[in-house]
Design a binder for this molecule. Structure first.
Ligand SMILES: [Zn+2]
Length: 96
């Protein structure tokens, strides 16, 4: 899975806007199961950051589900220490 764009977060402590480039997020396939239209894959990434202003710790966990293969199905963001403003773009493109 390829991701692009930037994750935009607002610090819960000082309200500073923090931007995290998707290049820092490494997604791994953590679960795969066969369903009617093919495989459903669950990709997961976690990342620890800190606010650029007040240095508050920010923890990020992202799950992306692909189903059927090559199609975005769902996502889930868990962020501690900041509030999500904008999600990254998840592009589910694989080499032929
Ligand atoms: Zn802050």
């Amino acid at each position: 899975m390829k991701v692009s764009g930037k994750l935009i977060l607002k610090c819960d402590n000082c309200q500073m806007t923090n931007t995290i480039d998707s290049d820092y997020l490494n997604f791994e396939c953590v679960e795969s199961c066969e369903r009617q239209m093919g495989a459903e894959n669950n990709y997961y990434s976690d990342y620890q950051s800190e606010c650029t202003d007040c240095k508050q710790k920010i923890e990020i966990e992202i799950n992306v589900w692909e189903y059927p293969t090559g199609c975005f199905s769902d996502d889930e963001y868990r962020i501690i220490g900041a509030t999500l403003q904008k999600k990254i773009d998840a592009a589910l493109k694989f080499p032929e």
